[in-house]
Design a binder for this molecule. Sequence first.
Ligand SMILES: [Zn+2]
Length: 423
Amino acid sequence: MYVCKINLCMIKINEESVTERFMRYVQIDTQSDPQSETYPTTQKQKNLSEILLKELQQKGITTEVDEYGYVYATIPSNSNKNIPVICFCSHVDTAPDCSGSNVKPILHKNYNGDDITLPDDTTQVLKLSDAPYLKNHIGNDIITASGSTLLGADDKSGVAAIMEAATYLINNPNIKHGDIKILFTPDEEVGKGTAKIDMQKVNAKFGYTLDGGEAGSLEDETFSADAATIIINGVIAHPGYAKGKLVNAIKIAGEFLEALPKKEWTPEVTEKKEGFVHPVRVEGIAERATIEFIVRDFDNDKLKQHGEKLRLLALNTIKKYPGVTMEFSIKEQYRNMKSILDKHPEVVANAAEAIRRSGLKVKTESIRGGTDGSRLSYMGLPCPNIFTGMQGIHSKLEWIGVKDMAKSAETIVHLCMIWEEKN
Ligand SMILES: [Zn+2]
C-alpha cells in the first residue's frame, strides 16, 4: 500500500492562477476551419501556440513551435530512476460550430444556483435545470462566455491545466518525476489534430489527453469510425423526351434515405454502447447523386456489419431501377483506443490512482466520438482522456467550474509522481 509522505502529497493548485491563465487563453481566437486545405487550417491558431511557447520558455522549459502550430516541450526528469516518458496533450483550437472570435469570459464568483443570463444575448440563459452538473459548483466560482460566442473551455481548460501543472512541477523540485512531455495540437475539432504531428519530437511512451468533462472522468474507450460514400448513377435523357428512359439519381437518393431505419441505427435514437450510421452530406444532379455517411460503433466487427448493411440497403433501392448503378466505398477514420490501452493496463490504472489522490471518485467512461488520443493510441502513444471540467461544449452556454480545472492540474501532478513511484 502506498504511504503518503505529507510534504509530497499535498498538491495545492492555485485557483486564481489557473483562472487567470484560462481567461487569457480563451480570448485568443483559435477557431479551426473544416473547409481549409492548409496546415494548420487557420493561421490564427498559432497565436496561442506562440504564447504558450513563450510562457514555457520563461519557466526554463525547452520548447518549440513548428510551422503547423504544434507545441512540443520537455520537462526533464529529476529522478535517478528509469521511468517511461509520459506526455500530456491538449488542443489549442476551438470548434467551428459556434463563433470563437471576441470571446469575453465572465468569472461568476461564488455561484449561488440562480439562472445566469448572458449579457451579450439575453436569450442565452444557463440554468441548473438544464445543466444539473452546476449543482456541484454552488458556492464556488464558474466561468461562462458572454452570450455571443462559445467559451472555448474545450480545450483551453486542458491547456490551462497542463500549463498550471508544469508551473507547479517547476516551482516544486522536491516532487520527483521522469521526463514529462507536453504537446499542444491544432485542428483537433476538424479531425486533423494529428495530421502533421512529429512522433519523434513527442518521443514519449504513453500519453494523456486533457479533453474530458466532469471531474473524475477518465475515458479509455472511443468509437471506431468509418466514412462511407454511396454514388448513385442515374439514367439521363432530355426531360421533354424522357418517358420510359430517364431515371433521376436525386430521387433515388431521396428514396434510399427515406428507407433508412428511423427507430434504430441512427444518432437521434442511440446512446451508450449503441452504434449508428448517419448521413452527413448529400450532393447531386439528376444524373448522379452522392451521399456521404459516417458509421460508428465501439466494436470493430459491428462497425463492419453496419457498413455492409448500409451497402445492401442502398442496393435494395437501386435494383428496382434497371440501368441505374451504384458505387460504394468505405474509408477508415479512427479506431477504438481500448484495444491498445488494454495491452498497457498501467496507463489507465495510474490515471485512476491520480484522480483518487486528488480526492475525486473515478468515473470510467466511453466517448461516443473520437479524440486525438484515439489516433495517437494507434500511432504508438497509448493515450486515454482525462477530465478538465468542461461543460456545454461547442455552444454559447459552455461553462467550466474553476475547482474542476484546478483538480485537473492536480491530477496531472499526481500522475507524474505515480509514474515515478511505481518504477
Ligand atoms: Zn476537445
